[in-house]
Design a protein around this ligand. Sequence first.
Ligand code: S3P
Length: 183
Amino acid sequence: MVIEQELSIREKSIVFIGFMGVGKTTVAKLVAKKLYRDFIDIDQEIEKEFQMPITQIFDQLGEKKFREKERKYVLHYCKQPLKVISLGGGAFMQEEIREACLKHSIVFYLDISWESWKERLHMLVDSRPVLQNKSIQDIHSLFNERKTFYEEHNSRLLTDDYNPEEVADYIIDSLKLAWELYD
Ligand code: S3P
């Protein structure tokens, strides 16, 4: 029998979720630096393993293979102490990933309004296979569907009016409060 030792709230890793292009990687990197923790980007781990960019992984190996690897890496890292982890925007669609992250880590949902997000679409489409060959209506539906899954989180921030530095500072302040209150 494997007995998993529950991590204290201070030791738990911090996991960032949210739609593509919201700024999870940028914010996670800043938070990791400010807290002197390791930064892990799940997409980068998968790219390293296959030695190819995400678009090529989707093209040559298929989305199913990508999702399997995504699950493997998230389940591994979310249980480790003291990491700051950025998840791909589709990872939280997998129930096993949601359950593991909510059990073992602290999940921050970086939210953005559709109006603000739309402005970023042109910068994202080439590197995000999930957005390719879709109409704006299809993408809007995907945006709304995903929101339902992101609703399962520990803390949420609407990022529309803040830059990454401000978002990172807000998150660190709220973490410090939680550590003081619940540790
Ligand atoms: C995906 C989001 C991407 C990447 C892949 C699939 C998705 O990550 O994992 O292209 O399904 O939403 P970002 O959220 O970092 O763009």
